[in-house]
Design a protein around this ligand. Sequence first.
Ligand code: ADP
Ligand code: MG
Length: 456
Amino acid sequence: MDNYIEYWEQALTILEAQHKIGALMITIYVKPAIPIGMTGDTFTIMVEQNFLKEIIERKYSESIEEALTFVNRGNPMTLNIITKDEQAHMDSVKKETKPAAPPVEKNINFRMPNGLMPRYTFDNFIVGTNNQMAHAAAISVSQNPGTSYNPLFLYGGVGLGKTHLMHAIGNEVYKRNPNAKILYVSCETFTNEVILAIQKHENEQFRQKYRELDLLLLDDIQFISDKRATQEEFFFTFNDLWQNGRQIVITSDRHPSAIQNLTDRLMSRLAGGLPIDIGYPNLETSVAILRNKAETQGIRIDDDVLQYIAESVKSNIREMEGALTTVIAYSKLTSGPSSPITLDIALNALKNTINSFKPEMNVEYIQSVVANYYNFTVEDLCSKKKTKDLALARQVAMYFSRKLLNNETLVAIGKKFGGKDHSTVMHAIELVGKKMEQNPEFEVQITDIEKLITGK
Ligand code: ADP
Ligand code: MG
């Protein structure tokens, strides 16, 4: 099957069947994207606006890549998302579209049943001053699990290699002992499992599953803040494993003490294993990472080009890799698959992505994200219509306007919602707070929306 549109259709079918991404989210974010091509292991889709690109990249690209990889018979696929503007820019220079290259003939099992991704190993992790402590601790843990750092707590900003190191530990432990019971879970998956277990009265089965583990890898624990039931359950799991000398590895975007609303006892457990941070890579490390990434695709790029990419995209390694993918795709498109990638090409390819639009945080922005999430329009939110679903969406938007914007008063917020008065806003805020306490699913929803808005 070499038709990328068919690939996309099948990937969508898989995503819908998997329920990893909610049906609504698939409808809002994934389905409107237009597949525009497949080159080697890169699948490119186009979206209308930059903010959609950011959301898909942040929240859904991993699941989409998994689905595409599955369609591609287990050969890893990378998702490349471009906006309409970027596409228009490419079109203006494109001479002809090359047919998609046949899939690479390697059969890496992309994600094992225990959640491990074989492609993240110590071998392809570049060590620099920013991550050498974390790397050393990870090596030590993988050689002697349960003895040195327990828990191993790695923290640092988005896209700096925490998840990579975590899988590398898992893969190494697995290599040394294929019988070891290992599980990688994201905090989101863990939370969903807790909620399901409570609903189905299957707490015991849930605990049993975790109690058996030799190595638990829990990714992005910061999302546990505000989730009482999940924290409780994790505390039990943690104690069980820890007392039995089983290894626990945790990542977070911040130090345990900075995770809000964490119960004290969980906090002290998490901080107990000496948290280690991963910082931003310097230029040299960034270039080494990019070179490594290009080489694994069999592509040689001059250091000055890599340096340009690294300097242009300082924020994180994932974005840097994305920029590299864009440059490679652009070069293939404009100068053919085997011509050298020059600085000029890189400059042109990245012209539109660098300095890309970052939304300004204000009431209008919050309204548009919340409206989008609930499938309404901003006009709906500001109207006088009062159907139940719409009222809730409006209340949620008011709630976030108050929570996330320091300089907006209740009166000002009311005005921006089509002239509602301040008591309506106040009422909305109270209501959302109450509903969150009573309904864990709604609480998850609110956390999701907050992530959408703040991009964290
Ligand atoms: P985080 O979990 O911290 O958000 P990831 O582990 O997902 O970040 O890393 C983002 C991307 O950057 C991944 O593709 C990963 O392989 C790559 N990466 C990060 N750090 C390194 C490194 N030191 N060497 C090689 N690749 C890296
Ligand atoms: Mg991660």
